[in-house]
Design a protein around this ligand. Structure first.
Ligand code: FRU
Length: 725
């Protein structure tokens, strides 16, 4: 026998054996929940249903981070449903048992358990124990070498009710490769050299609890979709107050390989400032925050020559959350300057909606050196949810009142105080939304000084008792048809449904209620300016314009400022909405103007064929005569007047638009994010957050069923309100 050959063979065999030993044995799948049912697993109770969930369940925040299409999701039937799900027995044959887990945190009541001989030998729970948070599943594992060879089973337990009373579990497997665990309580200290820290955001990433600390003190805590790798965009966190000092960013949990904290940078400008306000889906004359999400307008007030617009702001996400009060000012209602967040979440909770007043007589005592204070009245939506004050004498820096809250919780659903000075009774009046006895109500309070409030009245519903006033109430007086001797009070809420009636400082007596405000879509939580100078005499409203701007570093916007009036009609006084005249300052070119009346025949060529403008203002007074339709197309969006039904149809959405003495006035404002259409002397206001067709700059009109006469037809191209004037 040839010895060297034998040796080679031996060596080869040895090498094969050692690689086999060194190589980890393949993973053993316990369950991936991809099938239509739970297979051999046994479900008890309601929380599990007949089989695995396919992702997010109705009413649940978006669930992600699971593998494939199915997972165990005990939100079935809501948070209150309970039960257990138990696997068939299996042998422990690998050193680790790995899984994905998410949902509520409760070691006792929400558990993924490993059972051996009927005893719980390992247990894990989800990460969330407070409102907010994330439904994302994240990797977890147990080291089980001591149990090698034993027979075990897995049990998923949901005995929890209420908020976060559910668990998400997926992809259970046995493995010899130790799964990398997450990093817990990760910190980075940063010597502040600039105005902002830039935080990496990825839409849809798991939310991390990110806390800014200075000298061991928590400044603010936010739930942030931190990017563990490349960021979609960078959220600026203003740390200018600590320039030259060291701050600490603390994150509750990060995956092993996350680059999130290391990637946080600094700068005096926000990142990507060169494209600011020029972004593909940035409304060009509708206010939106530079970065993050907005919802309701808040604290709208005129003070020292400036219109102040505060707003519900999530500075650190594309979706709702982390409610701050953002702040912007304007001198003309058209050009807005965003100044940065003024109310940050604190120990009393996130900063929900509210209003602002100028306390001219310094009834609150917050004034200084004879200067009247600007007072913000807001909801701190913690547990309890309470009403609070903050004040300023310069309209720039705000101090939260140390005596907060000024109004204790009535029910958990009490929010959105709107305050006004009632001159005849010389006191403040607050309307507050209260979800009370399972009804949507408005509570009226009054106060001599903004700090002490007394309940006056509760308005519950319309004449039939039906509730219609949801959230964000507003309350103001308007003359009917401009007649100062015929004044009525209007009580209006988030969906812009309203009542008209009388008010003597103590009681609001509705004469007509549950009237319809706007007639479009995506309009909510409007508010009107407080303290406009008497010489102005207008009531000006701005609403939240729900323009979804996917893929942008910002989301949502505000409507254009609207002038509200009460118009006397055969049915009684009705609110009208018209765009404020200040918007005319945006006109950059008159693209079409008929010198006199224009007659448009059926089949006639489009008289507006020369129009090529991205931002358009269309003004028309139309006599439709015997025509059946007057059909405009504004950058691809159909805006049609249905003459027979006297309805305006905007992108398929119908709204009543009565003719007045045989004619219809029509105004269209077209921006990158949508259209706002006004008709019938303001009785018909149709906000429509549909972006017009990119690249289509056209405008056309045709007559259908008969010729149409335009008494006025005028089109203006508009300039961006973000560009220097
Ligand atoms: C309305 C609303 C308010 C609340 C705020 C929270 O959109 O739900 O009732 O104060 O948003 O962001």
């Amino acid at each position: 026998m040839n010895i060297p050959f034998r040796n080679t063979l031996f060596a080869l065999a040895f090498a094969l054996v050692t690689t086999a030993v060194a190589r980890a044995a393949d993973d053993l799948l316990i369950a991936d929940f991809e099938g239509p049912d739970y297979g051999g697993w046994k479900a008890m109770g309601e929380a599990f249903g007949d089989g695995p969930a396919r992702g997010t369940l109705p009413g649940q925040m978006r669930v992600d981070g699971f593998e494939g299409n199915g997972l165990v999701n005990t939100f079935r039937g809501g948070d209150d449903s309970m039960g257990t799900l138990t696997s068939p027995p299996f042998r422990i044959e690998r050193r680790h048992l790995a899984f994905l887990i998410g949902g509520g945190k409760n070691e006792q009541k929400l558990a993924l358990q490993l059972l051996v001989d009927g005893r719980v030998v390992r247990s894990a729970t989800g990460p969330n124990d407070r409102s907010g948070g994330s439904e994302s599943l994240e990797p977890g594992s147990w080291e089980v070498s001591d149990l090698m060879g034993r027979t075990a089973s897995i049990r998923i337990v949901d005995e929890a009710k209420g908020g976060w009373g559910h668990l998400n579990v997926d992809h259970l497997r046995q493995t010899d490769v130790r799964p990398k665990g997450p990093q817990i309580d990760v910190e980075r200290s940063i010597a502040v050299t600039a105005r902002y820290l830039h935080l990496p955001i990825r839409h849809g990433a798991p939310k991390r609890v990110v806390t800014l600390r200075v000298d061991g003190q928590t400044i603010v805590r936010n739930d942030i979709e931190l990017a563990d790798g490349p960021a979609d965009w960078w959220a600026p966190m203003d740390v200018s107050a600590w320039r030259g000092r060291t701050v600490t960013l603390h994150v509750d949990r990060l995956p092993a390989e996350s680059t999130a904290l290391a990637s946080v940078g600094q700068g005096d400008e926000i990142r990507d400032a060169d494209t600011l306000y020029a972004e593909r889906l940035r409304g060009q004359f509708h206010f939106s925050p530079k970065r993050g999400w907005n919802n309701d307008p808040n604290g709208m007030v005129f003070f020292h020559g400036e219109y102040h617009l505060f707003f519900q702001h999530n500075p650190y996400g594309w979706d709702w959350g982390n409610m701050h009060w953002g702040h912007a000012v304007s001198r003309d209602l058209v050009h807005w300057q965003e100044l940065g967040d003024k109310l940050l979440p604190d120990d009393l909770g996130p900063m929900f909606s509210g209003s602002a007043v100028v306390d001219w007589k310094n009834t609150s005592g917050f004034g200084k050196d004879g200067k009247p204070p600007l007072v913000l009245i807001y909801t701190a939506a913690g547990n309890p949810t309470v009403q609070c004050l903050a004040y300023s004498t310069d309209g720039r820096t705000f101090t939260k009142y140390p005596g907060n809250p000024v109004l204790k919780q009535i029910t958990g659903g009490n929010r959105d105080p709107k305050v006004m000075w009632h001159e005849p009774s010389q006191r403040w009046v607050m309307v507050l939304y209260v979800e009370w006895q399972k009804k949507h109500t408005i509570h009226f309070f009054h106060s001599p000084n903004l700090r002490d409030w007394t309940l006056g009245q509760i308005v519950e519903g319309d004449a039939t008792g039906k509730p219609y006033l949801y959230e964000c109430p507003d309350f103001f007086e308007l003359p009917v048809d401009g007649d100062p001797n015929r004044r009525k009070w209007v009580l209006l809420a988030a969906n812009s449904a309203y009542a008209v009636g009388t008010f003597d400082g103590a009681r609001f007596v509705p004469e007509q209620s549950n009237l319809t405000g706007h007639r479009g879509k995506g309009f909510y939580a409007p508010q009107t300016f407080s303290d406009l100078p008497a010489s102005d005499g207008r009531r000006i409203q701005i609403g939240w314009f729900q323009t979804a701007t996917k893929g942008m570093a910002f989301n949502q916007s505000m409507t254009v400022p609207l002038e509200l009036r009460l118009l006397g009609t055969a049915d009684g006084p009705r609110l009208t909405f018209t765009p404020v005249r200040e918007l005319e300052a945006l006109r950059s070119s008159t693209v079409f103007q008929a010198p006199g009346p224009v007659d448009l025949a059926i089949g006639a060529p489009n008289p507006l064929a020369a129009v090529a403008a991205e931002l358009q203002e269309v003004r028309a007074v139309i006599r439709p005569g015997d025509a059946t339709e007057v059909a405009f197309t504004v950058r691809g969006v159909p805006v049609t007047y249905d003459v027979k039904r006297q309805e305006l149809v905007v992108d398929g959405h119908r709204a009543p638009a009565p003719l007045h003495q045989g004619s219809l006035d029509l105004t269209v404002y077209c921006d990158r994010t949508g259209l706002e259409v006004f008709a019938s002397r303001g009785l018909c206001y149709v906000p429509m957050p549909v972006p017009p067709k990119a690249g289509d700059l056209s405008l056309s009109v045709r007559a259908v069923g008969g010729p149409v006469r335009f008494e006025r037809l005028e089109v203006h191209g508009l300039r961006s309100a973000w560009k220097a004037r």
